[in-house]
Design a protein around this ligand. Structure first.
Ligand code: HEM
Ligand SMILES: *[C@@H]1O[C@H](CO)[C@@H](O)[C@H](O)[C@H]1NC(C)=O
Ligand SMILES: *[C@@H]1O[C@H](CO)[C@@H](O)[C@H](O)[C@H]1NC(C)=O
Length: 504
């Protein structure tokens, strides 16, 4: 009897091993280079502890590049993904053959968690419709409209910076600034986290990034098996976060509609769209866009502006100030430009003045290269796809990873990549590089929709700070700075401490 059980058990083990062997040799069998995977972990050993995703990506990038293959194959735990190294193929995937790669293939579960129905996560037709709707919200004309609001918050930023008598944590200060900017522009609420460090919006912002809903295991499931996670009806955000944001949007909309308040911000534009949709729905009563649904859809978009907008830009600003403190010559040169351009504009920070500051643009570009906010871009093939110049056809549903951070640190593209050097972005040097050698905001029709806005708020904040203060390292300033391994988005492990000395 026990003999039978034992045989059955052995057969099961053998089948599982066979399956795993088969699964984890997928790329090798197709003649695509791969790094020996560990069953269960794939190539992700030590992620979040010993290694950040960007460390794993650079290891794999170097390996595949050395093998002279335009791509490699990787296993993120169970999930297979093509890992593209060749810049021409990247250009095909992101731009030329976009019609096969419009989806990211990341988790969303609109049924149980309406806030996940936002642009970053939507797919297919739903994504396209929403992107078309939101694109007009981010034109340069609209940026100009919102500009004075951003300047008003930046004045408070400079004031708040003056309150530090000694060294302070820069990231917390810049996060309070971008929270106020996005809060005002996306939610129409004066969050006042610059005057009150414990303001509600800032606390919820901390909660989203600092206190995840799930254990690491469930987070890994959501990240690496989004289809299964959706079937299991997982959610990503804490209920209090969801409730807070939906209520914030609902009360703002009600207030504005009742009091006919107009402020030329994202919220106004979303309200206009909602009104148009309801008219359209009333005219052809076939489509049912009930108020609840559109309000939730709207809340989801405002929410993504908030999460995508405050964290990315504030981190970038803080790393920028760090590098300026460590490279005083660059800081002096930048301050000279800021003062020179402003004096030609009656010392008023105008939209045009900001756009004349070309060195500021270079400094910001170099910051986004050295401290690439997202380690990689993701796409999913929506049809079978033959990789150009190879015999490999990726079946529909295949995942693609584009290791942007590794490319930004490739010494063949950016010599001495650890050196902070804005001269890399001198126009005549930059234009000699491949179009896909630098893409901190992604590329193609699914790139960052908030690119202009993100750069604008970072620049306006930096202009106000550098006009009024000189930033210098303190005894607590790390060199080099230690990056966190835990968070997907780039972050300094122990914060960024600097001193600000008033110069004006
Ligand atoms: C320094 C600031 C920022 C950086 C570095 C950044 C970076 C990125 C990147 C790398 C992507 C993915 C692009 C791709 O897959 O090709 C993205 C997408 C996105 N970003 Fe940003 N972002 C920034 C600021 C913002 C701001 C301020 C907003 C909104 C107000 C925003 C909203 C979005 C949205 C909605 C998407 C998804 C777009 C889509 O799927 O259609 N981002 N961002
Ligand atoms: C394919 O190969 C040709 C000839 O070598 C080359 O000109 C072209 O750029 C390659 N395309 C891609 C996407 O690599
Ligand atoms: C700037 O700070 C003041 C005082 O704390 C506050 O009343 C005002 O609303 C803030 N302005 C903006 C645009 O956040």
């Amino acid at each position: 009897m026990s003999y039978v059980f034992l045989s059955i058990a052995l057969v099961i083990v053998a089948l599982v091993l066979l399956y795993l062997h088969n699964h984890y040799s997928y790329w090798a069998r197709r003649g695509i280079p791969q790094e020996d995977p560990i069953y269960g972990l794939g190539n992700m050993k030590g992620i979040g502890r010993e290694f950040h995703f960007r460390d794993i990506n650079s290891r794999l990038y170097e390996r595949f590049k050395r093998s002279a293959s335009p791509l490699g194959g990787i296993y993120m735990f169970f999930m297979r993904s093509a890992f593209i190294v060749d810049l021409d193929i990247i250009k095909h995937i992101l731009i030329k053959d976009f019609s096969s790669f419009h989806d990211r293939g990341i988790f969303s579960n609109v049924r149980d968690e309406p806030l996940t129905g936002h642009l970053l996560r939507l797919e297919g037709e739903q994504w396209r419709a929403m992107r078309n709707k939101l694109t007009p919200v981010f034109t340069s004309g609209k940026m100009k409209f919102m500009f004075p609001t951003v300047v008003a918050v930046a004045e408070n930023l400079s004031r708040a910076c003056g309150e530090f008598r000694t060294e302070f944590e820069v990231r917390e200060l810049t996060a309070r600034y971008t929270t106020d900017v996005i809060g005002t522009c996306a939610f129409g609420i004066e969050c006042n986290s610059l005057s009150d460090p414990n303001a509600e919006f800032r606390n919820y912002g901390r909660l989203i990034f600092g206190k995840p809903r799930h254990s690491q295991l469930v987070q890994a499931l959501i990240l690496f098996n989004p289809e299964l996670a959706r079937k299991l009806r997982c959610k990503v955000f804490n209920d209090e976060v969801t409730e807070f944001f939906i209520n914030a949007v609902r009360s703002t909309v009600e207030y504005r509609v009742q009091n006919k308040v107009k402020r030329n911000d994202f919220m106004d534009m979303l309200i206009e769209m909602m009104a148009e949709d309801q008219e359209a729905a009333a005219q052809h009563d076939s489509i049912d866009l009930s108020q609840g649904l559109t309000l939730l859809q709207m809340a989801a978009q405002a929410f993504v502006f908030f999460i995508a907008g405050f964290h990315t830009s504030s981190t970038t600003m803080s790393f920028c100030l760090y590098e300026l403190a460590m490279n005083q010559d660059i800081q002096d040169k930048l301050r000279e430009e800021i003062l020179r351009v402003l004096s030609a504009h009656n010392n008023i920070v105008t939209y045009e003045a900001v756009n004349e500051m070309t060195y500021l643009e270079q400094v910001l570009s170099e910051t986004l290269r050295k401290y690439t906010v997202l380690p990689h871009l993701l796409r999913t093939a929506s049809s079978d796809y033959r990789i150009p110049n190879t015999s490999l056809t990726l079946p529909k549903g295949s995942k693609i990873l584009i290791p942007v951070d590794a490319i930004h640190h490739d010494p063949e593209i950016f010599p001495e990549p650890d050196i902070f050097d804005p001269a890399r972005f001198d126009p005549d040097i930059a234009e000699k590089r491949h179009a896909c050698a630098y893409m901190p905001f992604g590329d193609g029709p699914r790139n960052c929709i908030g690119l202009r806005f993100g750069k604008m708020q970072a620049k306006v904040g930096l202009i106000h700070l550098l006009r009024d203060y000189k930033f210098i390292p303190s005894t607590r300033t790390e060199n080099p700075i230690v990056l966190s391994k835990r968070n997907f988005v780039i972050e300094a492990e122990n914060g960024i401490y600097l001193k600000a000395v008033r110069v004006r």
